[in-house]
Design a protein around this ligand. Structure first.
Ligand SMILES: [Zn+2]
Ligand SMILES: [Zn+2]
Length: 766
C-alpha cells in the first residue's frame, strides 16, 4: 500500500522430533502425519486470510528441499566446517537422541523436559566456533534493528573471555595439562588443581595416584546424574586423585582433584584452584580443608586475612606474595604476567569462548540424512552432488532404540563407496532440524530452483531480510545458527552479505490460561469454532488488539465479541456515509468542493488518525492503531447526524477502510467496493496520506472554575491528558489566588470536544 514490493513467504519446518514422537504415539508414519498437519494448518491460515505468497511455499522435509540441505552440508564438509569427533553428548533418555547444548534448558530436554544425561558418541559437528569472533563483531550491523535483549543473549552464549593459557606438569606422570585463566595475575595463589570428570587424562592419573576405583565410581555415578544436578551452582564435592600438579611460576606441587563443578565443555576441562580469588574455588577449598592464599590486595586497603575470609576476593588489586611481580596493580598486571609467561615458555595469551561447536547428529529417523559414506579404505566420502538427495526410506522401524533407525535398514546402509566402489556403509545419523531452517530464507527467494539451492540474482534482490519476526525462544538457537550459516555461505562465495536479518521483532505467543500452546506440548486450542462464529476479521483484530505485539496474548482474556461489535459499528457508519454520498450525487469520480472549515469538522480527526496510525503501523503498535480507528469510528455517526459535508465524511470513511484493510481484509474489501463504490480492490489502493497542518493537535480553551466561578481561560492542546491539564490549571496565577487558604476537595473535568471549550471545576472547602 506504500508502494513497496513485499515478499511475505510461508514454509513448513517439518522435520524433527515433535513430528516423529507424535507419529509414534499415534501409530502413523511421520511423513503422513506431517503432511496431513501441514494441509490442515494451511487451510486454517487461508481461512484467516493471511497474505502469504503461497506460490513460494515449501516443506523442509520435501526431497526437493533437503537435497539442497545435503548439498550445503557437503559444501561445509568441503570447507572443513563439518567434521566428526567422539564427544560426550547430552542425551535425552525419553527421546533417545543427543541434543545440542542450545537444546538443553536448565539441564532438561528443550523438547520434552526430561533431565538430560551424558553419553559418549561419535558425532557430526559444524565448526561454529571458527566464527565466534565474527558472530560477535557483526552484531554491530544488528544494533538498533534487533532488541538489546537478544544481542545480549547471543553475546553471553558466545561468552568470549580474554586471558592466558598456562601449562602445568603432573609431577608423578610428566603429563602436561593446559588451563585457561582470565586472571594469570593470581597464578601465585594456586593451592590445588581440578579436573572435570570427563577429562581424557583422568583414568591414567587416577591409576598413577592409586585412586582408580573411587574415581571410576564417581564417573559412573555422574554419567547417570542429570546435568541439572551437576550445575555449577550446586555441589562442591570432589575426590583427591593422589597426584600433584607443578605450578610453573613457583615450582610448587599442589594436590589434584576430580570435581563435577569443573565442566569439560568450558575452557580445557581442567582448572587451577585459586581459592583466594575465585568464589567456586574458595567454596571447594573450605569444604576440603585446602589452603586459601591471598595474592591480590584490595586497592587502598590492607592485606586480607585468609582465615577470616567468608568469600573469595575476585576483584582487581595489587599483586602480593607473587615474587618479582609484587606491587603490580591490575589490570596492567594481567598483561605483564602474560608477557612474562610467554618469555619463559610457560604459557601464552589466549581467548576462550563459552560457545561450543554445533552438534548436528541425531539418532532419529525424521530428518535429512547426512550425505556421507563410510568406506573402510577411503574414510568419510561425500555422496556426489549428482546423487543427491540421499532419500529417506519410507519403510523404516523408527521406534526409538538409542541407535539411528536408519542403521537397521540394510538397503539404505549397504552401498558401494562412491570413491573406490568397494563395500561401504552409509552414514545413518540425520541432521538436526535447525540445519533445515538455517538457510530457508534463501530458498524463499528461489523456491523452485532445481539447479542450485537458490539463484544468486533472486537472493541478491531480496536478501537480507528487512523485517524478521520470531519468538524469543530462538535467541540462541535458530538466530545464531542462521547467522553462522550466512557467514559460512558468504565465505564460500554463495552470498554477498554476512548477516541474514536486518531487523528482528520478537512477537509474543498466544497462550491459554497462563500456559503456552505448542505443537510439542499438544495443547493447541482449536480456533475453528470461534472462527466460524465470529469470522476471520474479528479473530485477526482480537489478536492484534489484545496487547503489544511483543507480549503474550492470553486467549482466555480476549473478547472477540467486543471486536465484533466494533466492526458492526464500522460497517453501519461506512454504509451510512456511502448512502449520503449517493444522495449528494458524489460518486467516486467527483471530488470537488463541498468542504467544511476544519474547525468543527471531522477533517482534523481524520488526518490526525492517519498520521498516528501510520506511525503505529511502522512501529508494529497494532493495538494502539486499532484504538485510534475506534475513535474515528465513534465520531463518524455524530458528524453524519450533524450534517457534515459529504466530502469530509467520504475522506474519513475511506481513510478508516484503507487503514482497516491490512487488519480486516474481508470487511474492508466489501465496504470499499460495495459501500463506497470503488471498482478496484482496497488491497490495490494506496495507503492514505495526511496533511500535517490538519493532523497537528487541535487547541481548545480550558475554562477553569473554582467553586463554580470562572477564574481563568487557558489555550491547551485538545488531546492534553487530564493530569497535565490539571497541572496547567493549578499553575495559573489567577486560579492559585482563589485556592489560597482552602483545601481542594474534588476536581471535575469535562471531556475535550473539537471546537468546544473544555471545563475544569475545582471544588474546595476552607
Ligand atoms: Zn526429550
Ligand atoms: Zn572407498
Amino acid at each position: 500500500m506504500q508502494g513497496f514490493n513485499v515478499l511475505h513467504p510461508i514454509g513448513w519446518d517439518a522435520f524433527g522430533l515433535p513430528a516423529e514422537n507424535a507419529a509414534i504415539k499415534r501409530g502413523v508414519h511421520p511423513k503422513e502425519w506431517t503432511y496431513r498437519n501441514i494441509d490442515q494448518q494451511r487451510r486454517s491460515f487461508k481461512r484467516y486470510g493471511i497474505s502469504f505468497d503461497w506460490s513460494r511455499q515449501f516443506n523442509t522435509c520435501d526431497p526437493e528441499y533437503y537435497r539442497w540441505t545435503q548439498w550445503l552440508f557437503l559444501r561445509l564438509f568441503g570447507a572443513g566446517l563439518a567434521f566428526r569427533k567422539l564427544a560426550p553428548a547430552n542425551w535425552c533418555p525419553k527421546d533417545q537422541t543427543v541434543l545440542a547444548n542450545e537444546q538443553v534448558v536448565n539441564g532438561r530436554c528443550e523438547r520434552c523436559g526430561t533431565p538430560v544425561v551424558r553419553k559418549d558418541l561419535t558425532q557430526w559437528f559444524f565448526k561454529i566456533t571458527a566464527y565466534a569472533d565474527r558472530l560477535l563483531d557483526d552484531m554491530a550491523q544488528l544494533e538498533g534493528g534487533w532488541s538489546e535483549r537478544v544481542l545480549a543473549m547471543q553475546r553471553n552464549w558466545i561468552g568470549r573471555s580474554e586471558g592466558a593459557e598456562v601449562e602445568f606438569e603432573i609431577a608423578e606422570t610428566g603429563d602436561r595439562v593446559t588451563v585457561f585463566t582470565t586472571r594469570p595475575d593470581t597464578l601465585w595463589g594456586v593451592t590445588f588443581f581440578v579436573f572435570a570428570p570427563e577429562h581424557p587424562l583422568l583414568p591414567a592419573l587416577a591409576e598413577a595416584g592409586g585412586t582408580a576405583e573411587r574415581v571410576k565410581e564417581l564417573q559412573d555415578r555422574l554419567q547417570r546424574t542429570p546435568l541439572s544436578e551437576r550445575d555449577q551452582a550446586g555441589t562442591r564435592e570432589g575426590l583427591p586423585l593422589g597426584v600433584h600438579a607443578v605450578n610453573p611460576v613457583n615450582g610448587e606441587k599442589v594436590p589434584c582433584f576430580v570435581a563435577p563443578y569443573v565442566l569439560m565443555e568450558y575452557g580445557t576441562g581442567a582448572v587451577m584452584g585459586v581459592p583466594g580469588h575465585d568464589q567456586r574455588d574458595f567454596e571447594f577449598a573450605r569444604q576440603h580443608g585446602l589452603e586459601v592464599r591471598v595474592v591480590i590486595r584490595p586497592p587502598g586497603a590492607g592485606d586480607l586475612d585468609p582465615d577470616a575470609m567468608t568469600e573469595a576476593y575476585p576483584h582487581e588489586g595489587v599483586m602480593v606474595r607473587s615474587g618479582l611481580f609484587d606491587g603490580t596493580p591490575s589490570p596492567e598486571s594481567i598483561g605483564r604476567v602474560t608477557a612474562w609467561l610467554e618469555e619463559q615458555g610457560l604459557g601464552r595469551a589466549a581467548v576462550s569462548y563459552r560457545l561450543r561447536d554445533w552438534l548436528i547428529s541425531r539418532q532419529r529417523y525424521w530428518g535429512a540424512p547426512i550425505p556421507i559414506v563410510h568406506c573402510p579404505s577411503c574414510g568419510e566420502v561425500p555422496v556426489p552432488d549428482e546423487e543427491l538427495p540421499v532419500l529417506l526410506p519410507d519403510d523404516v522401524d523408527f521406534s526409538p532404540s538409542g541407535e539411528s533407525p536408519l542403521a537397521k535398514h540394510e538397503p539404505f546402509v549397504n552401498v558401494p563407496c562412491p570413491s573406490c566402489g568397494g563395500p561401504a556403509r552409509r552414514e545413518t545419523d540425520t541432521m538436526d532440524t535447525f540445519v533445515d531452517s538455517s538457510w530457508y530464507m534463501l530458498r524463499f527467494c528461489s523456491p523452485t530452483a532445481s539447479e542450485a539451492p537458490f539463484r544468486s540474482e533472486d537472493v541478491e534482490r531480496w536478501m537480507p531480510v528487512d523485517q524478521y519476526t520470531g519468538g524469543i525462544n530462538h535467541a540462541v538457537l535458530h538466530l545464531l545458527y542462521a547467522r553462522f550459516f550466512t557467514k559460512a555461505l558468504h565465505d564460500l562465495g554463495l552470498v554477498s552479505f554476512t548477516e541474514p536479518f536486518k531487523r528482528l521483532l520478537n512477537q509474543g505467543m498466544v497462550i491459554m490460561e497462563g500456559s503456552a500452546m505448542s505443537k510439542s506440548r499438544g495443547n493447541l486450542v482449536e480456533f475453528a469454532e470461534e472462527l466460524a462464529k465470529h469470522g476471520a476479521d474479528v479473530m485477526r483484530i482480537s489478536m492484534l488488539f489484545a496487547g503489544p505485539v511483543e507480549d503474550d496474548v492470553d486467549w482466555a482474556t480476549v473478547s472477540p465479541a467486543g471486536i465484533s461489535k466494533w466492526l458492526g459499528r464500522v460497517w453501519r457508519a461506512v454504509w451510512a456515509v456511502g448512502e449520503r454520498l449517493e444522495v449528494s450525487g458524489g460518486g467516486v469520480e467527483s471530488r470537488a468542493g463541498d468542504r467544511s472549515a476544519p474547525e468543527g469538522s471531522i477533517r482534523r480527526l481524520t488526518h490526525r488518525t492517519i498520521a498516528g496510525a501510520t506511525d503505529d503501523f511502522r512501529r508494529f503498535k497494532f493495538n494502539v492503531s486499532v484504538a485510534k480507528l475506534m475513535t474515528l469510528t465513534s465520531e463518524l455517526p455524530r458528524h453524519l447526524d450533524a450534517g457534515g459535508s459529504a466530502e469530509d465524511l467520504r475522506e474519513a470513511a475511506e481513510a478508516l477502510v484503507l487503514m482497516l484493510a491490512p487488519m480486516a481484509p474481508h470487511v474492508a474489501e466489501e465496504l470499499w467496493r460495495e459501500a463506497l463504490g470503488h471498482a478496484e480492490s482496497v488491497h490495490l489502493a494506496p495507503w492514505p496520506t495526511f496533511d500535517p497542518t490538519l493532523a497537528r493537535a487541535e487547541e481548545v480553551v480550558l475554562v477553569v472554575q473554582v467553586d463554580g466561578k470562572v477564574r481563568d481561560r487557558l489555550t491547551v492542546p485538545a488531546d492534553l491528558d487530564p493530569e497535565a491539564s490539571r497541572e496547567l490549571a493549578f499553575s495559573s496565577e489567577k486560579v492559585r489566588r482563589h485556592l489560597e487558604g482552602r483545601r481542594i476537595e474534588r476536581v471535575f473535568q469535562g471531556a475535550a470536544r473539537p471546537g468546544a471549550p473544555m471545563l475544569l471545576n475545582v471544588v474546595t472547602r476552607p
